[in-house]
Design a protein around this ligand. Structure first.
Ligand code: ZN
Length: 249
């Protein structure tokens, strides 16, 4: 047995158990963190939509005010032209004023048409804005509740979690970076996130495939880190407690 390897195997298993524990804590939170994240994102999107709706409404209202002023001004001009028409000296002047009158009347018609569409758009935008605002309020209320709930859960496991993370750091320091990275790589590639598994009844504790005798001996000897030929997980022998073996030889 290589003492150094035996220590590393013990630490690998400790790391695995620590990570499993952390995962169990994370599972307790369920979908709550994700729900909080989605709500926060929705609120941000809705706030942006509301802002652009509000600024569109301001623009529309300004355009309406401008058009109304334009109509008033044009109507005044119409009155002026009409009184001028009464005082014309010849047909040419009369025709010229008639033409002006017609043009201004057309302007008024177009402006009124614009106003008609603008009023309809304003009405629609106001309704949409109100609906978005109501939705925003309900989402905000929902977020407050969910955040409170999440805070309670986080607080309950806060100490335990930070102790686990501390333990992790200590274990990783003993393992060294290459071994730790290998562990992480295996952990992220296997379905149950177990990178270190014990031999159980002669089979790999991860994939349950029987381990060839020669490889099994290698695991028990602890002279090197043995990977399961089938699933690639790191194998350890729990039947003989590693701690005890450390004090033999
Ligand atoms: Zn396996």
């Amino acid at each position: 047995m290589d003492k150094n390897i035996a220590i590393k195997l013990t630490k690998l298993y400790e790391l695995q158990e620590t990570d499993t524990h952390i995962n169990d804590i994370l599972k307790l939170r369920g979908t709550l963190p994700e729900e909080v994240y989605v709500l926060e994102r929705d609120i941000e999107t809705l706030s942006t939509t509301i802002q652009s709706r509000a600024s569109l409404l301001t623009t529309l209202r300004e355009e309406v005010a401008n058009k109304k002023a334009f109509i008033k001004q044009t109507e005044k001009k119409l009155q002026q032209y009409e009184s001028q028409q009464m005082e014309v000296r010849n047909n040419r002047e009369y025709d010229a004023i008639t033409k002006e009158l017609e043009l201004h009347k057309l302007d008024i018609q177009l402006a009124e048409k614009f106003l008609h569409t603008a009023y309809r758009n304003i009405e629609q935008e106001e309704a949409d804005l109100e609906a978005s605002s109501k939705l925003l309020e309900s989402k905000k209320a929902d977020l407050v509740l969910k955040k409170e709930e999440l805070q309670l859960i986080l607080k309950a496991s806060e100490k335990e979690e930070s102790a686990l993370h501390e333990k992790r750091k200590t274990v990783i320091a003993v393992l060294g970076e290459p071994l730790y990275l290998a562990y992480e790589r295996i952990k992220n590639n296997v379905p149950n996130n177990l990178a270190v598994v014990p031999i159980k009844k002669g089979a790999c504790g991860g994939c349950c495939i029987v381990i060839p005798p020669q490889q099994k001996i290698g695991v028990y000897e602890r002279n090197k880190i043995v990977l399961c030929e089938h699933c690639g997980r790191m194998l350890i022998a729990l039947e003989q407690p590693i701690d005890k073996l450390l004090f033999v030889s």
